[in-house]
Design a protein around this ligand. Structure first.
Ligand code: ADP
Length: 352
């Protein structure tokens, strides 16, 4: 199961189109909300750049053709290019340019393009006084995203909602809740289940025995007893047999645990890699599902503020989680270069 962000770049394009000829506060807010969602879903902007002579040579670019360089070649944003800017004579300040798609960037003269995630570029632009903002799709349905708007997007985006990683023993974590990869009888077993029961103490056995078991994919809650965590959420992962329905059961575990946590006003929750031990779920696929559900849930409940911690017992598991996450980011941010040519852009009028 591939990591599927909940939103794609159309979350910006649609409200911009809908606002055309009908610009008002409401349509602007819809656009800014689209940009916020796009930022949290690893969407990217295509930004025209000017490559240095050294970079052109190193990448083997031929300026006379539109030939793309080897896509494996990396460009170094620190040294290989500068972002193209448009100068606004009235304010004597610059605007950056961003396209939401290849189609949009091809509506005007071609340029070398750098593909950059919104979560990377927006905070940077917010910090540069000399830049007035970003003109999105200047040759199509141009939208001028002023720096003050970017600041507002970053201000309302809830930094309390985040995914973290931890390497070690989940029973040591000081958070509102830790999740137990339990069995259907909730009797305590081996692996992470055994470790949690051992540290939480006998009162946990008693509390679990009164819960009436827990079906695969469901989640139940008890106090944390002698743990540092206030609560334990017990969920039962699927035993992996390769039948095909395990992925949806595992997704249910994460979803039901997060929902139950919210019902109990829990704002930080640590998950082990459910089902990847005795239950033999392939680790990479399990990590994809865990990250997928957690990020979608955080997006849906962006107002709530939840810290999701993935607690990996060993370095191999941590590497897997981080690889799944970075593969996803890389897929969204490939170097994408064409021979540079000069842009002759007109600056759309900044919001009046
Ligand atoms: P399951 O039966 O759901 O597969 P296991 O406990 O056998 O559950 O394994 C689930 C994952 O928990 C495994 O990746 C294992 O390495 C990890 N694990 C085991 N002990 C701990 C612990 N104390 N803290 C965090 N993770 C643990």
């Amino acid at each position: 199961m591939a990591f599927q962000p909940l939103y794609d770049i159309s979350v910006i394009e649609k409200p911009i189109k809908a606002a055309l000829g009908n610009e008002n506060t409401e349509t602007t807010i819809a656009i800014l909300e689209g940009i916020r969602l796009a930022m949290n879903n690893y969407c990217t902007f295509r930004m025209p750049i000017v490559l240095t002579d050294e970079a052109i040579e190193r990448l083997g670019l031929n300026e006379d053709t539109d030939e793309n360089p080897n896509p494996d070649e990396m460009v170094d944003p620190e040294h290989d290019f500068t972002l193209r800017t448009l100068h606004n004579d009235e304010t004597n300040k610059d605007w950056l340019v961003a396209f939401t798609s290849e189609e949009e960037s091809k509506k005007g003269p071609e340029s070398a393009i750098y593909t950059v995630p919104l979560f990377d570029i927006l905070p940077r632009v917010a910090g540069i006084d000399a830049v007035e903002g970003i003109v999105i799709n200047p040759w199509g349905t141009a939208f001028t995203l002023r720096r003050s708007m970017i600041e507002e997007i970053l201000r309302i985006n809830n930094p309390e909602s985040q995914i973290f990683f931890n390497l070690g023993d989940i029973t040591t974590l000081e958070c509102d809740a830790i999740v137990n990869a339990a069995n259907e009888r909730l009797t305590g077993g081996g692996g992470v289940d055994g470790a949690i029961h051992q540290v939480a103490g006998k009162r946990l056995n008693k509390a679990c025995s009164e819960l009436g078991g827990c079906k695969t994919g469901e989640a139940k809650i008890t106090k944390g007893y002698d743990l540092k965590a206030r609560y334990i959420i017990h969920t039962v992962g699927p035993v992996y047999k390769g039948k095909g329905d395990e992925a949806s059961y595992l997704a249910e575990c994460y979803l039901n645990s997060l929902n139950l946590a919210m019902e109990h006003n829990i704002h930080s929750i640590a998950f082990p890699a459910i089902s990847t031990g005795a239950y033999k779920f392939p680790a990479e696929e399990a990590a994809s599902i865990a990250l997928d559900i957690a990020s979608q849930w955080l997006e849906l409940h962006s107002e709530y503020g939840m810290q999701v911690i993935f607690c990996c017992h060993d370095q191999d598991m941590l590497d897997i989680y981080q690889r799944v996450l970075s593969d996803m980011t890389k897929q969204m941010n490939p170097p994408d270069l064409q021979g540079p040519v000069d842009l002759a852009l007109q600056i759309p009028k900044a919001d009046e």
